[in-house]
Design a protein around this ligand. Structure first.
Ligand SMILES: *[C@@H]1O[C@H](CO)[C@@H](O)[C@H](O)[C@H]1NC(C)=O
Ligand SMILES: *[C@@H]1O[C@H](CO)[C@@H](O)[C@H](O)[C@H]1NC(C)=O
Ligand SMILES: *[C@@H]1O[C@H](CO)[C@@H](O)[C@H](O)[C@H]1NC(C)=O
Length: 469
């Protein structure tokens, strides 16, 4: 328990210089949380916030500390390395000074076009309209080699593949080898917030999970890219949800398998049984967390406001300088991190580009997978399921339909993708041509795109695979 609690208390230790009990800290945070929630703009906007509604909200929220504590009381979470009782202060100082050194980096203010141009690469922006009316932006770093299509993860965007900078950003490395690099953006993220008829202020706009991303967004973008480049196959590299949505597409719309010469899954996410992320566990049905909060408050887009992130941060990290730095970004709270591979100087740039938006339903759908231990369509409850699927239970994805060659990269410490779940997926797919466990135990979910040693730990193998297919 000590080790597990250390991450959370580290920030307090380093700031106040006194040992603060984990639970009392969390309970305290919850009290602040209830105070803060009333100040969240979204709550204020809901016209009929009555005393009752607020009381319900407070109720839902006070159950958080227990759920957090329970989630954390797991033996299999690997916490960030380099943290021990003896080096806390030293590490804190180092993180703070590295972070401060990066604060006046011009890249913080540049969008993807500005960034890529600054480093001397060409970039194009394309727009693709899905069958159900979403207008998606696709970015391209054009070259004359074969096409590689990159698809980001949950709360990510095309920016994920360039934020690490020209030294280790995947898009740059691929371009340097001659590949024609295309980067997708799923509906709802910051580059794809337009629709023919709907507006992001309407809840109907947010009525999608990664099922729709796989069913509509990926096919539309892939068809567009193949047509624009006059080829009939491309190489697909997905990270996290970029793999989930691929598996949805390849099983639900099997004719797309023939358009893929190789699918590279960086941290593949399909089965969620052993997920370690406390936040994802909290979202699992049966735990009265964000899902009910979202229903009560009518929040459909997840964490669009800084205030919401602030609340989560306080809940999971407490206060203090390191919390300010690491935990101020939702992405680390959600999927964990690893100091060993983190370029702290580059964090300000990372923070200005990640997270991008997502729908609450994407989270809920993942949460359902934790409980069902299955990879299947969204569960709407018996009545709507029957109506929609013709059965009480949502249908499982037909993984046997996936016949495009797949290569999978995974790691031991990943909070989202547990090796046991990867193994289960591997056994279900008949076409895995490479299964690679990153030879670095603390490699985190985000390290698959931003690790300092990306070139040696990921790219050297990825490169060989791409050459081969
Ligand atoms: C990116 O930034 C540039 C320069 O500030 C601006 O002209 C451009 O419109 C931006 N692109 C998008 C898609 O917002
Ligand atoms: C691609 O372009 C580079 C120069 O930009 C050239 O050296 C190379 O031969 C071209 N390759 C192909 C396959 O056309
Ligand atoms: C770390 O980030 C800084 C600032 O963005 C950058 O100059 C440096 O090259 C990065 N280091 C690596 C190994 O990418």
């Amino acid at each position: 328990m000590l080790v597990r609690a250390l991450f959370l208390t580290l920030v307090l230790l380093s700031c106040e210089g006194q040992n603060v009990d984990l639970l009392s800290n969390i309970v305290d945070s919850a009290r602040h949380l209830v105070n803060d929630i009333t100040k969240v703009p979204i709550v204020q906007q809901v016209s009929q916030v009555s005393g009752d509604l607020l009381a319900q909200t407070a109720d839902a929220l006070t159950t958080i500390p227990l759920a957090v504590a329970r989630s954390l009381d797991l033996n299999d979470i690997i916490f960030p390395m380099f943290i021990s009782d003896s080096n806390v202060v030293e590490l804190t100082d180092q993180i703070i000074s590295e972070f401060n050194a990066g604060l006046d980096n011009e890249d913080i203010t540049l969008n993807i076009t500005g960034l890529v141009t600054k480093y001397g690469y060409p970039i194009e922006r394309h727009q693709v309209i899905t069958k159900d009316g979403y207008i998606l932006s696709v970015y391209r770093i054009p070259n004359n080699g074969s096409v590689v299509f990159l698809m980001h993860g949950l709360l990510g965007s095309s920016d994920d593949f360039v934020v690490a900078g020209p030294e280790c950003g995947l898009a740059y490395l691929l371009f340097n080898e001659g590949y024609d690099v295309w980067m997708g953006n799923s509906r709802g993220n910051k580059h794809s917030r337009q629709h023919l008829d709907l507006d992001p202020s309407q809840s109907a706009f947010w009525d999608f999970s990664w099922h729709e991303i796989g069913r509509y967004d990926l096919p539309a973008m892939i068809d567009y890219v193949l047509q624009a480049t006059r080829t009939n196959k491309l190489k697909y590299v997905g990270h996290s949800q970029g793999t989930t949505s691929f598996f949805v597409m390849a099983s639900e719309r099997p004719k797309y398998n023939s358009k893929i010469s190789l699918m590279v899954a960086l941290s593949p996410v399909a089965f969620m049984t052993h997920v370690k992320s406390p936040l994802v566990k909290l979202l699992a049905p049966g735990t009265p967390f964000v899902h009910s909060m979202m229903q009560i408050l009518g929040v459909y887009e997840i964490l669009p406001h800084n205030s919401a992130s602030r609340i989560l941060k306080r809940m999971l990290c407490g206060i203090g300088p390191v919390a300010e730095i690491i935990c101020s970004n939702l992405i680390f709270l959600l999927i964990g991190f690893d100091f060993g591979q983190l370029n702290v100087t580059n964090l300000p740039v990372l923070y200005s580009h990640i997270p991008s938006g997502a729908s609450a339903k994407q989270f809920a759908h993942y949460g359902q997978g934790v409980v069902s231990e299955d990879f299947r369509q969204f569960d709407y409850g018996d009545i709507k399921n029957l109506d929609l699927y013709g059965s009480n239970m949502p249908p499982s994805y037909n993984l046997e339909n996936i016949i495009a060659p797949v290569s999978m990269f995974y790691s031991e410490a990943d909070w989202f993708t547990d090796p046991r779940d990867v193994d289960k997926l591997y056994r279900r797919l008949g076409n895995v041509i490479d299964l690679y466990k990153v030879p670095y135990d603390h490699f985190s979910h985000l390290d698959f795109i931003i690790a300092k040693d990306f070139k040696t730990l990921i790219y050297s193998r990825l490169r060989k695979l791409l050459k081969h297919f």
